[in-house]
Design a protein around this ligand. Structure first.
Ligand SMILES: N[C@@H](CCC(=O)N[C@@H](CS)C(=O)NCC(=O)O)C(=O)O
Length: 217
């Protein structure tokens, strides 16, 4: 497998956790987002959307893109352990929770959006931080409210099974740490994130444990 990734990328972090949980290894090809390598011609040929992660499972095989699609593919091909429950309502809840982060919150804080705010809209650092905290908070509030009020919440987001919802939640929590967004108001979120981070598959996947990462951000 070839995994196009970078230490700081939260969407890549999601796929890295899934690979670890399933005991899969991949050759990592680093795409440095701060240097703009995602926009270089060689990477555009891999993913015309100029985003990471991307994954090639077999030599000469198609490029898989979008973290949720990649995780679902891995789950189809390597079902043990499953990252989606089998029961339809539980599956829908896990996909819904995952979407809070992957569809609605994370896309508003990615480098291309932050660069647009800075260079096109000329927002200063304070305004950009306000933007980032606003959208991080919107995702966290939605997650906390759902988790705290649902009888389906257990040790993890969906009962006692690790699912894609946990993966997405952990990636979002680490994003909050990167941008110094306080998680104190989200006790259920913190409990589940701490429980997940005790798992080796999550801990090893942490952005700051990847080659090229600084000691702190
Ligand atoms: N919805 C996509 C998001 C992918 C994405 O935005 N990745 C970020 C890194 S986490 C990226 O490559 N950003 C490059 C840029 O914004 O220019 C997914 O879940 O894979």
């Amino acid at each position: 497998m070839k995994f196009f990734s970078w230490w700081r990328s939260l969407a890549s972090f999601r796929v890295r956790i899934a690979l670890n949980l399933k005991g899969l290894s991949a050759d990592v090809i680093n795409i440095d987002l701060l240097q703009g390598q995602q926009r270089e011609e060689s990477y555009r040929k891999v993913n015309p959307q100029m985003l990471i992660p991307a994954l090639i499972d077999e030599d000469g095989g198609p490029v898989l893109f979008q973290s949720m699609a990649i995780m679902e593919y891995l789950d189809d091909v390597h079902p043990h352990p499953n990252l989606l429950p089998s029961e339809p309502l539980a599956r829908a809840r896990v996909r819904g929770l995952s979407g809070v982060v992957s569809s609605d919150s994370h896309p508003l804080i990615v480098p291309r959006v932050r660069e647009y705010l800075e260079h096109e809209l000329k927002l200063d650092e304070e305004a950009r931080t306000k933007w980032i905290h606003h959208w991080l908070g919107a995702g966290m509030r939605a997650f906390e409210t759902n988790l705290a009020n649902s009888k389906d919440t257990g040790r993890y987001c969906q009962g006692d099974m690790i699912t894609m919802a946990d993966i997405c939640l952990v990636s979002h929590a680490v994003g909050c740490n990167f941008f110094k967004y306080d998680l104190a108001p989200y006790p259920t979120v913190r409990r589940i994130v701490e429980t997940c981070m005790q798992e080796d598959a999550f801990a090893r996947a942490h952005p700051l444990k990847q080659p090229g990462a600084p000691a702190v951000v």
